[in-house]
Ligand binder design. Sequence first.
Ligand SMILES: [Zn+2]
Length: 268
Amino acid sequence: MRPRTPNSILTPVPPPAPDPAPDETAIAPSVRQAMRSGDPVCGACGHSLRGLYDSTRCPECGGAIIDVLVRGGRFGPRWTSEAMVGERPLVQIAFGPGPGEERGTARAVIALGDDARGLVAFGDRARGVVAIGRRARGVFVVGGTSFGCLTSFGFVSVAPVSFGFFSFGLLAAGMISVGALSIGAAASGLVAFGATVLVSFNGHVLGGTITLDELTRWVSWFYGPLQGGVARFIFQPLAVTIGIALAAGAVLSAAGRLFARRRRSSAS
Ligand SMILES: [Zn+2]
């Protein structure tokens, strides 16, 4: 923030500099506090500018309103851990709008926010090795619409091992399920089981090479025994897709914490 004085009207006005990138840390704590009121405030001194309709300058510090006016409104929670892993904080939380941000952006080993990216990411839009959110992308994924490199659970779910209302994968289970091996209320695939089998090539794929019994044994870790009740087709894939994501999240979080601690102790 440039220092301003009431008589700066007498000094030549320099060309306006391009707005610097919004940075919460660049805003003085007193100003940030004032912005939480939702009032328009002076970014230089924190004075409230509510009701100031016919002045071009901040009555407190004299700054030109066109330069100093900031409007914060109420911000969502923001928190960043002091522990670092490399260049990234171990944990960052950012939900809701913040200074200069319409939505919370979290970038950390463990990131929680509207837009979260990290090894483990939770949020409206989550991207990470483990990603859990409304729109989730990653390796082990749980979300509304979820795309996973390995496992995925979601309303719309796409992954090699996939469980969802609409489920697409190598091993897919769901209400409407499409996969190399697929089980669902409506299922289609090379090998498909379901109330309604839309497309299946069971005979061609299995002809002479492997038996259906062998195949179902190989995939019983995901589907459960196929002769089990319908509940097994729901709960076992559910447990696998969510369980693997949670387990991987726990392992990565623990590894991140371990690494962060070591870095701090070696630095001291
Ligand atoms: Zn002011």
